[in-house]
Design a protein around this ligand. Structure first.
Ligand SMILES: [Zn+2]
Length: 57
């Protein structure tokens, strides 16, 4: 609970490239390799795609 701005929540959501689990973490820590997937421990995470307004494809 650091940031009450829910609009930016997707900026901190990452997807495990191994098992597709979603992990919420700071981008700086993910880049530094400090964040690992909770399920499989894989550190290869990609940022979740941002959606502009609502869920548009
Ligand atoms: Zn994983």
């Amino acid at each position: 609970m650091e940031d009450p701005v829910s609009a930016r929540v997707f900026d901190r959501v990452f997807i495990c490239m191994k098992c597709n689990a979603s992990i919420r973490a700071n981008a700086s820590q993910v880049r530094a390799g400090k964040i690992a997937c909770r399920k499989c421990g894989y550190t290869g995470l990609r940022p979740k795609k941002r959606t502009r307004k609502g869920k548009t494809k």
